[in-house]
Design a binder for this molecule. Sequence first.
Ligand code: ME8
Length: 518
Amino acid sequence: MAEPFYITTAISYPNGKPHIGHAYEAIAADVIARFQRQMGRDVRFQTGTDEHGLKMAQKARELGLEPKQLADQMSQHFIDMCDGLNVSYDVFQRTTEPRHHNASQELWRRMEASGDLYLDRYEGWYSVRDEAYYDESELIAGEGGDKLSPQGTPVEWTVEESWFFRLSAYQDKLVALLENEDFVRPESRRNEMLAFVRSGLRDLSISRTSFDWGVKVPGSDNHVMYVWVDALTNYLTGLGFPDESGDFARYWPCNLHLIGKDITRFHTVYWPAFLMSAGIALPRHVFSHGFLLNRGQKESKSLGNVTDPMGLAERFGVDSLRYFLMREVAFGQDGSYSVEAIVARCNAELANSFGNLAQRTLSQIFKNCDGYLPEITEHAAEDFALFELVDEAATKHLPESFAALEFSVGLEHWMAAIFACNQYVDAQAPWTLRKTDPARMQTVLATLFISIAQLAVAAIPVMPDSAAKLLDQMGIAPELRSYAAIQSHWYSPLAESGFRLSQPVGVFPRLEAPVEDA
Ligand code: ME8
């Protein structure tokens, strides 16, 4: 049986519509999920929405809605975003579902049973926006001298009765966990978390009495759980926890929690401590990606630069947007996007390079070979050189880079191979061989056909629809669409099967940057 691979995204706050950061994370997770499926893994992919907490309650009040109504309306936008961006999730977990309350209460009971929870009073600087308490020493001064959280959000002095989690008891275990280089990446985040844990951990306030929009604390009906306790539990809920047979037995521990850099502490300090306390195995890896900026600036309502990711997808095509995001930004670092950058990159690399290569090759086969796949007589040294280069890029360098979550590096190898193919076409000029050496023309077109098929298969995780449209036209069967299968000798059987190309249809349109954005 295939080896399991469980990947999750963070669950988004549905207190507004999805923004580009949500789209970025969902797309990156989908690329990983599709890549792992192509590598033969049994993938389980979960995403969802984080619907409790003060932020949701306040937003609902502002709009004159019940929090559940707001959650229902808004979470649908996140489902639509995932579907619209071709995100192949298996489970969309909403935290207002009864089974999630049940899972969160079970986790709580287990932490309580291990003696890690106690009731006390909490006083501190609380940021509603971050849903977190901060130490005085962590605060920064705002422009008017007011106190702000390290994220720059307002804080209020707050006093309440609260359940506490003995986080301090886990310091040594957390240091040991974070010393393992593999647990959290990139390295800069790991170092940040190690420094945070080494500086000493205070117990964590994990319940609230000041509002009731959350999961009830078992046995303390006037308390709801701190939203992060229930939010993190979603990763277990989706597998059927507390039932530990079935999906839970198959997919836990999670292979990868993919999150943004701002929530690394919750996933690499608090979450492992909760799990250790409850006697549940820890996730294997956490990766914190960077932030996506709009022309170098954080998007915000006040700057009026918030972009609807679905608008970009409609305008430029889902696969163009997916390609741009994976190619443009070194994964793990912050990156910037703009309409011009999307248009420039997609036109140069997809329309003019890969699209043009495929279109001119298939058109020549259609016209000059009557659509039948060209015959190979004898390969020249240049053909072997191209095969070697394309094969290495598409079935070795790209998969290795993707396995290491270095998407932009993998796609750079992919582009370099396409560049080599285009140079080969220009040098071989098959259109002039038609009259002078038709046998050589056929061999050149076959060499290109084989290379394009490999490159299209390599692009599947990033551009699933476009790659499929191209491979369908080429008669490449679904069982050939893996890195291993596309390396073997599939060309002759396909050519001998009598397969015939139809008039080729381009799959990478040229994008136009509308004048108002120039
Ligand atoms: O943090 N660029 O939800 P969220 C890239 N509910 N990624 C970004 C981003 C940007 N500009 N802005 C946000 C939450 N993100 C919690 C998570 S998990 C148990 C609970 C990322 O809607 C962010 O880092 O604020 C996070 O990974 C995800 O989007 C959802 O953010």
